[in-house]
Write a new protein. Structure first.
Length: 459
């Protein structure tokens, strides 16, 4: 440890218990990065694991005084490099601040610390007949603080919305150690600028979230699911458009392309027809889901579905969803390494995106499977490649960029729920344009004038 690092660690230990300050390089290296590919990561000088707001304030005050960068982290399940360390930084991991402080069934709010795991919160509020709808695919590992930082989504977003719509108020420690309270506990509130929404999705660049007031909903009925097979992506896209145009409110509307279907077949032996070019899964948690499924089944058939299979009960619904749940594992098994894109396009352009990705895959001789939250146009093209092959890795990176360019051409955005981090920083500049980019940088400077919070990320 250098003398500079030694002084930093000594100052941190003045306000933190010994076990909360990690300096062993073998240990701190395990906190260097999240789950993103192609994102550089530095070596942290120290990792701290605070348990209280006061301890977080001490860390930020110390870092500000010593001009040391701070990288906030949750469970590191992110896919953009937003939680990656920079050389010489303090990594502040919030995973030990994991208490559900309050569940209020009357006002339908929960008050939580940032290290609460999404699934643990869901289980806690379910005991009160309530639900916390945002459900990222990593919900059994990811934390609420991480969800807030990246503005996470999930399968249910088509009906229930994303994380930002459930964050009513926040407690945030600013770069200089001040504690800021934003938002409210009430169902309504429009006093002043909406700083709460500003922090959601800011990826640790404006402050460190230490508490959140979250909106809850009544627990929905159990959902029933339908699977529809299509011989073309165009037909599947037409079905998605018809379902949404008819005013249906599915609890999920998921799509898998032919490449993903083939990968799932290889991994699970599910026996999905290889002639299927797109598989659409629609779920309803309405009072009479069977009636909704019947109406959607007719729309799918009218759009050209070759087979429509509605589930009769919850067990059959889970069987139908098994293919979707195994999609990422199946694609990872193709070559060993995957790079998951996160392009969101208007629903009406979904088929064009899928066809465009297939053309990119052919052009670069790669396997690229697409799974999509079709109901909101959020697609996850997944590039499969051999990380040990430099040429294939290069083609994977080029294809990833081409997919983002395609998304923008179709009127979409470079990220629907994974965030910008390191991975898409250059692409964010292209999407926003110079004027908006400079305004956003100005906002960042107001909150963090020394530039110590998660440097090199987002902007």
């Amino acid at each position: 440890m250098t003398g500079e690092h030694h002084g930093l660690v000594a100052r941190l230990r003045e306000g933190l218990p010994a076990e909360a300050v990690l300096t062993d390089p073998d240990v701190t290296a395990s906190y260097a990065h999240d789950m993103a590919s192609f994102c550089p990561a530095g070596s942290p000088a120290v990792v701290v694991l605070p348990r209280t707001t006061e301890q977080v304030q001490h860390v930020l005050r110390t870092a500000s005084e010593l001009r040391v960068p701070v990288v906030p982290q949750g469970a590191r399940t992110g896919l953009s490099g937003a939680a990656n360390a920079v050389d010489g930084c303090v990594v502040i991991s919030l995973v030990r601040m994991d208490r559900v402080l309050e569940i209020d069934p009357v006002n339908r709010v929960a008050v939580v610390e940032p290290g609460v795991v999404n699934a643990a919160l869901s289980k806690a509020v379910a005991a009160h007949g309530l639900s916390y709808p945002p459900d990222p695919s990593s919900w059994e590992q990811c934390t609420i603080g991480g969800n807030i930082g990246t503005g996470s989504g999930g399968l249910c977003c088509v009906k229930y919305g994303v994380t930002a719509e459930y964050v009513l108020g926040l407690e945030v420690v600013l770069a200089d150690g001040r504690l800021l309270r934003t938002g409210r506990r009430t169902a309504k509130g429009v006093a002043g600028y909406d700083l709460t929404r500003l922090f959601v999705g800011s990826e640790g660049t404006l402050g460190v979230v230490v508490g959140a007031v979250l909106a809850l909903r009544p627990a929905p009925p159990r959902q029933l699911v339908l699977a529809a097979e299509f011989g073309s992506t165009a037909a599947a896209g037409e079905a998605v458009a018809a379902i949404m145009a008819a005013g249906h409110t599915p609890s999920l509307l998921e799509l898998m392309d032919a490449t993903t279907i083939a990968a799932v077949n290889r991994l699970t032996r599910m026996g999905l027809p290889e002639s299927t070019r797109a598989l659409l899964l629609a779920g309803f948690d309405t009072p009479d889901p069977a009636e909704d499924l019947a109406a959607v089944a007719e729309l799918c058939r009218a759009a050209g579905a070759s087979e429509v299979v509605p589930a009769d009960d919850e067990a059959e619904s889970e069987q139908l969803l098994a293919a979707r749940r195994s999609a990422l594992s199946a694609l990872e098994a193709v070559t060993g390494t995957t790079m998951i894109d996160d392009v969101c396009v208007p629903r009406s352009r979904l088929a064009e995106l899928l066809d465009g990705v297939a053309a990119i895959a052919d052009r670069h001789a790669l396997t690229i499977g697409v799974v999509a939250h079709a109901g909101d146009g959020n697609t996850h093209p997944t590039v499969c490649f051999d990380a040990g092959d430099p040429e294939e890795t290069r083609r994977a990176r080029v294809s990833f960029d081409e997919i983002m360019a395609l998304g923008l051409e179709l009127g979409g955005t470079i990220t629907g729920e994974h965030g910008v981090g390191v991975l898409k920083r250059d692409w964010l500049a292209r999407e926003l344009g110079p004027d908006v980019l400079e305004l956003q940088r100005g906002i960042r400077r107001v909150f963090d004038p020394l530039g110590i919070l998660n440097p090199g990320k987002v902007l």
